[in-house]
Design a protein around this ligand. Structure first.
Ligand code: 5GP
Ligand code: ZN
Length: 137
């Protein structure tokens, strides 16, 4: 299902032109308008899902396969030194467009970007509490 007022629905379905590097029945891969690095691309499903929580499971493998294909292409054609695969869910996590998308951010030595996080240490009791809450069946 598409959402009429969603810009990524319109881009993914070709209603708004984009620099498309790959397209198939389910997704479009476009160059980000404000790239973090040269070649920064977005994998966008053609149907509207707000975030990972809404994305049907059958998309997960497909998007992972496409991320590998385009990541390999970036390595071969752009001479990258690394690749960050980033996917933001919710405003707190940095999501600005409320239509699921996966970022492919090619990395180059000395590209000036810092996509890593600040590590912390938590007490054992806190870690064990989290483990108790999160252990999945
Ligand atoms: P988010 O912050 O939601 O994870 O990422 C949204 C991304 O979409 C940003 O990197 C932003 O530059 C990109 N973006 C937003 N609007 C457009 C657009 O109209 N066209 C393209 N190609 N990228 C867009
Ligand atoms: Zn949408």
């Amino acid at each position: 299902m598409k959402k009429d007022d969603c810009i990524f629905c319109r881009i993914a379905n070709g209603e708004i032109p984009s620099r498309t590097v790959f397209e198939d029945y389910a997704v479009r891969v476009i160059l980000d308008l404000s790239p973090a690095t040269k070649g920064h691309a977005l994998i966008i499903p053609k149907d509207h899902f707000e975030d990972l929580y809404e994305l049907p499971e059958e998309y997960l493998t497909h998007i992972a396969v496409v991320s590998k294909k385009i990541g390999q292409l970036m390595k071969e054609k752009l001479g990258t030194d690394g690749l960050n695969v980033v996917q933001n869910n919710g405003e707190t996590a940095g999501q600005t467009v409320k239509h699921y998308h996966m970022h492919l951010i090619p990395r180059y030595r000395d590209d000036g970007q810092n996509i890593l996080w600040e590590p912390h240490t938590l007490e054992d009791a806190v870690m064990d509490g989290i483990l108790g809450e999160l252990t999945a069946e």
